[in-house]
Design a protein around this ligand. Structure first.
Ligand code: GDP
Ligand code: MG
Length: 446
């Protein structure tokens, strides 16, 4: 039965979590899985009057009949995972019995967070800035970059290795000396003592990791085999794969590199990240999620930065503060060049947060960029050029007023809102299958 995919078409925080929640509420899915990224994603789950921020566990955790999978393309901090699971268990939500962690997933080790912090300082130092001034790559400091780097350079540790103490010990004997070389280099470059940036002891690492391996053991499995069984079954056992971040945070987005995340975030990464062979008969809908405006956190090319009084209004009404970092998100108008490129990675689109644009008198959409007086309609090939681009707003349309959060049919939306949606559909060349008009489960139009 089909594998449906939810993928962000911007820079993350498009509201993918809310759509996952709505889709799972249909009852046809038996799996909600993630295939890339790690604890750098963030979504808020409400339990009664409690709000939980989850980073690793898929957004659909509140749907009790749905199995949750963490694919091998992810990078998993086992300590962070335990914290999330324990928070949920405390609130009476059973996750342990329905959480499946791919034994092929690589782990974020305690030293990866330290490397993340230190390496970003070296980057900032190289350009004569502080990390806080935008000198680094604005990492979430969760160790994601170093952990992926170590995984690729074959100095990572898999879930399967972690849960076998003998194998773990042998791995640490090889991995730790490599990591310590890096640590010594960083100490020297940053003028830090061994107390400030300590070398790793194999024995201590083993003592710290062994218990978390025991904790993870019942959840570790060959997830790809379970998913294949579901996909091949004739009964209704659909799989919903949920992407983290978005198209322009993907490590393969030329115009964003290196201001991006460390994994491929697009729908291209789904099969590899779930450890499945690619079969076209398994692919259901690929739903691209577009927020009605866009946001970014950190040092990103944002030629359409709003910059006037509507910046604060959108930030406030849209609650644009990072779930992972708490950082204020910069808000921007849509950019047709980005939308067109990103929409190639999906079949249909879902527009979110249309309600947030209510009461904005004039809504522009950039249709071209200008660099050194040259207008062009393709995205630049480097971040450096993109940072110097100015937008040309080929679309400037009047907005709408009035509360739209109670509307459930797209045709009942104010005329100007419908025109705005039609423009998005035209730019992307994709059909809009849903429109978010509020954060609640029922607040969307079809
Ligand atoms: P994700 O990372 O893509 O899942 O998105 P985030 O959860 O980081 O940010 C989306 C936020 O917007 C969440 O707090 C959602 O509850 C909220 N949200 C999602 N869709 C809508 C919508 O249509 N309207 C409004 N006002 N809020 C929404
Ligand atoms: Mg988010």
């Amino acid at each position: 039965m089909p594998l449906d995919i939810i993928t962000g078409l911007q820079r993350g925080d498009e509201g993918k979590g809310a759509i996952v929640d709505r889709m799972l509420a249909t009852g046809v899915y038996s799996w909600n899985v993630r295939f890339q990224g790690g604890a750098n994603a963030g979504h808020t789950v409400t339990v009664g009057d409690q709000k939980l921020i989850l980073h690793l566990i898929p957004s659909g955790v509140m749907h009790k009949k749905v199995e949750l999978g963490l694919g091998q393309g992810m990078i998993i901090d086992p300590f962070g995972l335990r914290e999330e699971v324990e928070q949920l268990v405390k609130l009476g939500i059973d996750v342990i019995n329905r959480l499946y962690v791919s034994s092929g997933a690589k782990l974020v080790m305690p030293w990866d967070k330290m490397l993340d912090w230190a390496i970003d300082r070296v980057r900032a130092k190289a350009v004569g800035k502080k990390v806080e001034e935008g000198g680094g790559v604005a990492t979430t400091q969760r160790g994601i970059g170093p952990a992926y780097a170590n995984a690729i350079s074959r100095d990572g540790i898999t879930v399967a290795q972690l849960i076998r103490p003998k194998v773990l010990e042998k791995r640490l004997e090889v991995v730790v000396p490599v990591i310590n070389c890096t640590i010594r280099g960083l100490q020297q470059e940053l003028g830090l003592s061994n107390d400030e940036l300590p070398e790793i002891s194999i024995a201590e690492a083993f003592e710290q990791l062994k218990p978390i391996g025991e904790w993870l053991t019942p959840m570790a499995c060959q997830l790809h085999n379970l998913l294949r069984e579901s996909l091949m079954s004739v009964s209704d056992k659909w799989v919903l794969a949920e992407g983290g971040q978005g198209r322009f945070l993907s490590v393969d987005a030329l115009c964003s590199y290196p201001s991006c995340t460390s994994s491929i975030t697009t729908s291209n990464a789904v099969f590899a990240g779930l450890g499945l062979e690619m079969k076209k008969e398994w692919i259901g809908k690929i739903i691209g999620v577009v927020k009605a405006y866009q946001t970014a956190v950190g040092n990103h090319p944002m030629p359409t930065y709003i910059g006037n009084e509507y910046q604060a209004q959108i930030q406030e009404v849209g609650g644009e503060f990072g779930a992972t970092t708490g950082r204020k998100r910069d808000c921007c108008w849509l950019n047709a060049l980005e939308l067109r490129e990103a929409a190639r990675f999906c079949d249909v689109i879902y527009v979110t947060k249309l309600d947030v644009l209510t009461n904005i008198p004039l809504i522009p959409i950039a249709t071209a960029l200008v660099l050194n007086d040259d207008p062009f309609t393709e995205l630049p090939e480097t971040w450096d050029e993109y940072m110097q681009c100015h937008p040309l707003y080929g679309i400037n349309m009047p907005g709408w007023t009035g509360d739209i959060s109670g509307i459930r049919k797209t045709e009942d939306l104010p005329r100007q809102a419908r025109i705005y949606l039609a423009k998005i559909a035209r730019i992307t060349g994709k059909r809009i299958i849903g429109v978010g008009v509020g954060p609640e489960r029922e607040q969307y139009c079809t």
